[in-house]
Design a protein around this ligand. Structure first.
Ligand SMILES: [Zn+2]
Ligand SMILES: [Zn+2]
Length: 346
């Protein structure tokens, strides 16, 4: 089969690889129909994910059709259309039982797919712990509608959930990249009084205004003043930091009101300063990533009910054979690219 592979630092390539086979009774093999490219794939390419293994097939955001299941798999069967979870988790350990699946203690637990175990920018993918890692897509939900459920939408949903937004809140979301927009979509479900999105790209600010006209958009330069002017309590009640840029961690706690919750969704390239003397007395609560992606069934239900729609994020489509071009477009954000869908059946 064709499989997009992490060859070495700085280089991915489309290689011919053997089709994956069941190796454990809890495995499933999924024929990938649609995959996507995530910023984390670029992090692997450029060496900022040290645990990524050279030679691995990349891709951790995909949907497909179950081809085969091991003897212990109960929740899906061959022929089911499914979303694949970015995280591998056993469902049984201390962390899994409490919903902290990102810290699953299974040797393959956490973000392993397309990083330490073969991923899904390929024709087929083996999914470990398939009862946990796969969710059936409702018949009325299309592949495109479900494409982001297992990764960026799971992240946005988790971030909104742990942020404990209440209806009276002013919420600041820093970053309107794909994950930022998914976070925005899930934060809206909590019906806060006001959402402010801070984003440096004019193109992305325009995208947010066009699709979510009730959201206030600001530039990083104007962010702090805009938050102060639009909050009743000297800052945002909840801040969600999804940008991971040079100054956005500082911006996150500076724009928060006293006793606010600051959720760090972003994956930073380098260590961040926590200047405790400067924030002393602000009594902030920080919550940090990565995602506990165990609410995919609920997310699919919300999509089916028309509460979440991420299809406007898919700005481009490519066949698997031209995935290198898709990466180039995505990485350089050409032509207004937000997310690229890769058709793995062509
Ligand atoms: Zn990702
Ligand atoms: Zn576990």
């Amino acid at each position: 089969m064709k499989a997009y592979t992490y060859i070495e630092h700085g280089r991915f390539g489309l290689l011919d690889k053997p089709n994956p086979a069941l190796q454990d009774p809890r495995d499933a093999i999924v024929r990938v129909t649609l995959a996507s490219i995530c910023t984390s794939d670029l992090h692997i390419k450029h060496g900022s994910v040290p645990r990524a293994v050279e030679g691995i097939i990349v891709g951790h955001e995909m949907v497909g059709i179950v081809e085969a299941v091991g003897s212990e798999v109960r929740s899906v069967k061959a022929g089911d259309r499914v979303t694949v979870n970015v995280e591998t988790f056993c469902g049984e350990c201390f962390f899994c039982k409490r919903g902290y699946v990102n810290n699953c203690t299974d040797p393959d637990g956490g973000w392993a797919l397309g990083c330490r175990i073969d991923g899904g920018q390929a024709e087929y993918v083996r999914v470990l712990h398939a009862d946990q890692g796969l969710n059936r897509i409702p018949d009325t939900v299309s592949d495109e509608q479900a494409l982001f459920v297992g990764d960026i939408l799971a992240t946005g949903y988790w971030a909104a959930k742990i942020s404990e937004i209440v209806p009276d809140d002013t919420v600041l979301i820093i970053g309107a990249g794909p994950t930022g927009i998914c976070t925005l979509l899930c934060a809206r479900l909590k019906r806060p009084k006001r959402i402010i999105v801070c984003e440096k790209s004019p193109e992305r600010r325009r995208f947010v205004r066009e699709h979510y006209p009730e959201v206030l958009t600001v530039t990083p330069e104007a962010c702090r003043e805009a938050v102060l002017a639009n909050s009743d309590r000297g800052g945002a009640d909840v801040v969600l930091e999804v940008a991971g840029a040079e100054d956005t961690f500082r911006m996150a706690w500076e724009c928060a009101r006293p006793n606010a919750t600051v959720v760090i969704v972003a994956l930073y390239d380098r260590p961040q300063m926590l200047p405790l003397p400067d924030m002393y007395g602000k009594n902030l609560t920080f919550k940090t990533g990565g995602v506990d992606g165990c609410d995919c069934a609920e997310i699919l239900r919300l999509i089916e009910a028309g509460e979440i729609d991420t299809t406007p994020l898919i700005t481009h489509r490519y066949p698997l054979g031209r995935i290198a071009e898709a990466y180039d477009l995505f990485e350089n954000r050409r032509d207004g690219a937000i997310k690229v869908a890769i058709d793995c059946t062509e």
